[in-house]
Structure formats: structure tokens, C-alpha cells
Design a protein around this ligand. Structure first.
Ligand code: URA
Length: 236
């Protein structure tokens, strides 16, 4: 593999950025400074360093993003910005979002190029739970809590699994947290609609055992740590 491609794939910058690093003499292969951007490397065998720091070969990329609204959870779109556009070509890889959040939903989104990991997280049999924080128009009450816990029937007659609804405050606009273990289209909005209530604001705050990192501003993303990777599947 070309040295510039390897470094870019490892998230060290765009192809242009890494070419500059190489020609400036910041990159070494097995201890020798290499200034040829197309130098051939074998990531399994060569020790490749940038500024003396060893770059370990990661087969796949696993990212956490705090998705802003007005951005869609897709790879490409003719009209809207996508979550992949926000990555600015990160790693030059074929990254895609794990599942979808609606255009007006904010919060935790996982992004990867690992098809198997995506498949596992999306597999309904693995029961990976998701927690949402929401503002609901009108008073959410104990009857709603009971109905959610018994398994709601949506307006199209489909049955939801029991869900844990926690009321944080109840009033003209109620604040709630909802834990669900499935991912039907517009699930949270449709669950509340079946109770005659409208979701005004929706944010995903947890997947499996991993909470959204509060230090991530809307639109920001970073690599998941290996500890975080384990937490995601804690409840699977
Ligand atoms: N449920 C919804 O209604 N929308 C989302 O974006 C996620 C879950």
C-alpha cells in the first residue's frame, strides 16, 4: 500500500495533508525518514511513525458523533449535508452511520466501516438498548408510563416491545427519558403519537452501556476507545 494512502486511512489527515507530512520528512518507515509519498509499505510488517509516534494498523474505524439537526444519517444526499460530509474525508474510508437518526434528531451516532459490527448492533436479536431524551408537547403521566411498559400498539397496528419511560418533569412541555430495544422507523415519535402526544425535541443519549460524551459539541466526532467499544455491547 502507498505510504500516503496508509496514513490517510489511519486518520492522520487528508491525502494532501499526509503528502505534506511525508515531503517535510516527518514520516519514517522502519527508522528511515521517507520523503516519497508513493513509497510502498506493508502495514502488517513495517513500523511506520509520524513525528516519532508509532502508527498502529487499525483494520476498521469506529467513531462516535454528536449529530446536529439539519444533517442526515446517510452517506450522500443531493440536498442536505450528511453525517459523512461532517467527517471531512476522515481516513479516506467508506464510512457509514450505524442506523439512522431523523434529520431533526440530535445526539449519539456511531459511524464505522465495519459491516459486521454494524450488523451486530442493528440485529434485533442482540437487543442493544438505546436511550433518548425528549421534550413532549403536553403532560406525560403515569398512564403513559404504564402503556409504554406494556408494549404500545402503533397507529399502523405494529406492536412495540415494552419500553421504559421515565418522566423527568411533567407540564405544558414534559421532559422524559425513554429506553427502547428496537429501532423501527421514527420509533419514538410514533410511540408518543400512539398516545396522542407530539415529540418537540429528540436527542439520543445512550447506546448499549455507552453514554454520549458531553464534551462532544454538536457536529463533533472522535474515535471510540476500546473500553467504550466494550460498553456499547454490555447489554447485548
Ligand atoms: N425515533 C424517532 O422517532 N426518531 C429518531 O431519530 C430516532 C428514534
Amino acid at each position: 500500500m502507498r505510504l500516503d494512502k496508509f496514513l490517510s486511512n489511519m486518520g492522520k489527515g487528508s491525502r494532501t495533508d499526509v503528502k505534506k507530512m511525508i515531503t517535510k520528512g516527518l514520516v519514517s518507515v522502519d527508522g528511515d525518514i521517507i520523503r516519497k509519498v508513493g513509497f510502498n509499505v506493508d502495514p502488517d510488517k513495517n513500523e511506520i511513525c509520524v513525528n516519532g509516534e508509532l502508527i498502529s494498523f487499525e483494520k476498521h474505524v469506529y467513531l462516535i458523533m454528536n449529530k446536529p439537526k439539519d444533517v442526515i444519517s446517510a452517506r450522500q444526499d443531493k440536498v442536505h449535508k450528511t453525517v459523512i460530509d461532517l467527517l471531512n474525508g476522515y481516513g479516506n474510508r467508506k464510512l457509514f452511520p450505524v442506523g439512522r437518526l431523523d434529520i431533526d434528531t440530535e445526539g449519539m451516532l456511531l459511524i464505522t466501516d465495519d459491516g459486521q459490527w454494524n450488523h451486530d448492533l442493528m440485529n434485533p436479536k442482540k437487543h442493544v438498548s438505546k436511550i433518548y431524551y425528549a421534550h413532549i408537547e403536553g403532560r406525560v403521566d403515569e398512564e403513559d408510563v404504564k402503556a409504554f411498559s406494556e408494549g404500545l400498539i402503533l397507529k399502523d397496528d405494529s406492536l412495540c416491545k415494552p419500553a421504559d419511560l421515565k418522566i423527568l418533569s411533567s407540564g405544558e412541555i414534559s421532559k422524559i427519558e425513554l429506553t427502547i430495544s428496537e429501532g423501527k422507523y421514527h420509533q419514538v415519535k410514533r410511540m408518543f403519537a400512539s398516545r396522542g402526544k407530539r415529540v418537540l425535541y429528540l436527542k439520543r443519549i445512550q447506546i448499549g452501556g455507552l453514554r454520549l460524551d458531553d464534551s462532544l459539541e454538536l457536529g463533533e466526532f472522535r474515535d471510540l476507545t476500546s473500553e467504550e467499544m466494550k460498553k456499547i455491547k454490555l447489554e447485548a
